[in-house]
Design a protein around this ligand. Structure first.
Ligand code: EPZ
Length: 429
C-alpha cells in the first residue's frame, strides 16, 4: 500500500489548478442512466471514486469512454468522458459494489425512473457515521415508488412510472436532493422539493439535467420545482470546480505560510470557510483567475466553527480546519453537526502533538507551539488530508499511511503540493 512521506516546515508558494468536483462528478455520472443518449462530461477528475463508479455503471449497461490526451494538454486538466446507457441490462447493484462507495446507492433513482424497478444494496455504515438512506427512500415513495427492504437490498418498484409529488425533507440531505431531482425529472406532473440541499453540486446536477431536457427551477435554493418531462436526451456538461479541494489547499497555506493561487475556483463556493481562514490570520483575495490565499509569518488565531449545510462551514473541511487550529494561539471549539462520528482524525493529530479534547459533538483544540512528525493513518479521505496538512507544518518526518483514502478524492495531491514547495513524496509499496 502506498504511503505519503512529508518533511514539514516548507512554505507553499505558487499556483494550484483546482480539479473538477468529485461530489458533482458522481451524481452527474449517475444521471447518464436516465437517457439512452450520450452524456459527455468535461473536467472529470482523475480519482479512484470516479473509476469505481464507472465500473458500477458499466454493470448496468453504461458504455464509458475517456478521450485520449490532446496536443498541448497538460495532465492537470480534467478528463472528458462519454457515458451512454443505450440499454439498461441490469437494474440491481450488489453489496460488494455499493459498500465500496456510498454514492453509488443513488443509482436507485434513475433505475426506478427509467426501468420501473431497481434492486440496490443498502450501503451500510461507514467511518464517519451511520449515514442512513431513509430520506432517499422516503423521496422515492412520495413519487409513487413502492419500496421494500429484502435481504439487505432496497427494492423499488414503479411499474406504471413515477408521479410528481411534494417532498419535504425533515433534514437537509445532499444525496436525498440528488435522488429526488433525478427521479422527478421524468415523473408525470410537477414535483416540489422543500428544504432541499443548497450545495453547489446540487445546482450543477440540475444544470446538467436541464441541458438533458429536464425542467428544474430553483436548484441552489431550498425550494426546487420540477416539471416532469417524458424523456431526457444526451448533453454536454462541464463539472464545476472542487470547493473542498480548494478549501483544503487554502487551509494548507494558512498552516504553512506562503502564497497560493487556487486556479479556477470562485470565492462564492467557499464563503464561510474563507471567512474562518481570514479570522485565523490568512489574507484572501480573488480575481477572475481564482482565489488567492496568503499568510505571512504572523501567528494563527484560534477561531470557533460549527459545520452546517451549504452555505455554512462544510463538514468536508472540518478535519482540515482542525489541523490548522492545532497550531493556533488560544482555544478553538469545532462543532460537527452533520455526521456524529467525524472525529477519527483527533487521535491521529494527537500523535503529532496536538492537544484536542472531545465533548460530544465538539472538539476543543488548544493550540500548541509545535507539532512533531510521526507515522499516522486515517479512515476517510478528509481525515487523511488533515494529517497531510498537519505534517506540512510538523517538525521532521510524517508518514501518512492508507493513501488509497486520499486517492479517492484528491487528484495528484503530492504533485500539486510538491510543485508549490512542499517536501512531499509518495512511497510505493
Ligand atoms: C454528501 O454525502 C457528500 N458526498 C459528503 O461528502 C458530504 O460530507 C455530505 O454530502 C454533507 O455535505 C457526496 O456528495 C458523494 P447527506 P451525503 O445526505 O449526500 C443524514 C466526502 O468526504 N441523512 O447530505 O451522503 C446523514 O446521516 C463526502 O466527499 C439521514 O438521516 O450526505 C447526515 O447526518 C463524505 N437520512 C445528514 O443527513 C438519509 O436518508 C446529511 O447527509 C440521508 C441523510
Amino acid at each position: 500500500m502506498d504511503r505519503i512521506q512529508i518533511r514539514g516546515g516548507a512554505a507553499l508558494n505558487g499556483v494550484i489548478p483546482i480539479s473538477g468536483a468529485k461530489n458533482a462528478a458522481l451524481p452527474l455520472m449517475i444521471a447518464s442512466l436516465l437517457t439512452d443518449q450520450t452524456l459527455t462530461l468535461e473536467n472529470l477528475p482523475r480519482l479512484a471514486d470516479v473509476a469505481q463508479l464507472a465500473h458500477i455503471l458499466g454493470n448496468h449497461g453504461v458504455d464509458y469512454s475517456i478521450d485520449g490526451k490532446r496536443i498541448g494538454e497538460d495532465t492537470g486538466s480534467g478528463q472528458t468522458a462519454h457515458l451512454r446507457a443505450r440499454t439498461i441490462v441490469d437494474t440491481s447493484a450488489p453489496y460488494e459494489l455499493v459498500a465500496k462507495m456510498r454514492a453509488s446507492f443513488w443509482v436507485i433513482a434513475p433505475l426506478v425512473a427509467r426501468m420501473g424497478a431497481a434492486r440496490v444494496s443498502l450501503p451500510g455504515g461507514c467511518a464517519i457515521g451511520t449515514r442512513p438512506v431513509d430520506l432517499l427512500l422516503m423521496a422515492l415513495e412520495k413519487l409513487g415508488a413502492q419500496i421494500d427492504i429484502d435481504g439487505g437490498y432496497a427494492v423499488a418498484k414503479a411499474p406504471k412510472g413515477l408521479i410528481g409529488a411534494e417532498i419535504e425533507f425533515p433534514k437537509v440531505t445532499v444525496g436525498g436532493t440528488h435522488v429526488a431531482m433525478m427521479a422527478a425529472s421524468t415523473a408525470r406532473g410537477a414535483t416540489l422539493i422543500r428544504n432541499a440541499a443548497r450545495e453547489p453540486e446540487v445546482a450543477d446536477l440540475a444544470a446538467c439535467l436541464n441541458k438533458m431536457g429536464a425542467r428544474i427551477r430553483g436548484a441552489g435554493s431550498s425550494t426546487i420545482e420540477i416539471e416532469g418531462v417524458a424523456r431526457l436526451n444526451g448533453a454536454h456538461h462541464r463539472v464545476l470546480p472542487d470547493r473542498i479541494e480548494a478549501g483544503t489547499y487554502a487551509t494548507a497555506v494558512a498552516m504553512t505560510g506562503g502564497d497560493l493561487m487556487l486556479e479556477g475556483v470562485g470565492e462564492d463556493l467557499l464563503e464561510e470557510a474563507l471567512e474562518a481562514l481570514t479570522a485565523a490570520g490568512a489574507t484572501v483575495t480573488s480575481d477572475n483567475r481564482g482565489v488567492r490565499v496568503r499568510r505571512n509569518g504572523a501567528g494563527l488565531k484560534a477561531v470557533d466553527i460549527a459545520t452546517a449545510p451549504f452555505p455554512g462551514f462544510p463538514t468536508d473541511l472540518q478535519a482540515q480546519f482542525m489541523a490548522l487550529m492545532t497550531r493556533a494561539r488560544g482555544v478553538s471549539r469545532i462543532k460537527e453537526t452533520i455526521f456524529e462520528n467525524r472525529f477519527m482524525h483527533v487521535q491521529e493529530l494527537a500523535r503529532l502533538g496536538a492537544s484536542i479534547k472531545l465533548e460530544g459533538d465538539t472538539a476543543i483544540v488548544s493550540g500548541v507551539k509545535r507539532l512533531r512528525g510521526a507515522p499516522v493513518m486515517a479512515t476517510d479521505l478528509r481525515a487523511s488530508v488533515s494529517l497531510v496538512i498537519a505534517g506540512l507544518a510538523a517538525d521532521g518526518e510524517t508518514i501518512v499511511n492508507r493513501v488509497y483514502h486520499l486517492d479517492r478524492g484528491f487528484e495528484r495531491l503530492e504533485e500539486k503540493l510538491g510543485a508549490c514547495g512542499a517536501d512531499i513524496a509518495r512511497i510505493a509499496g
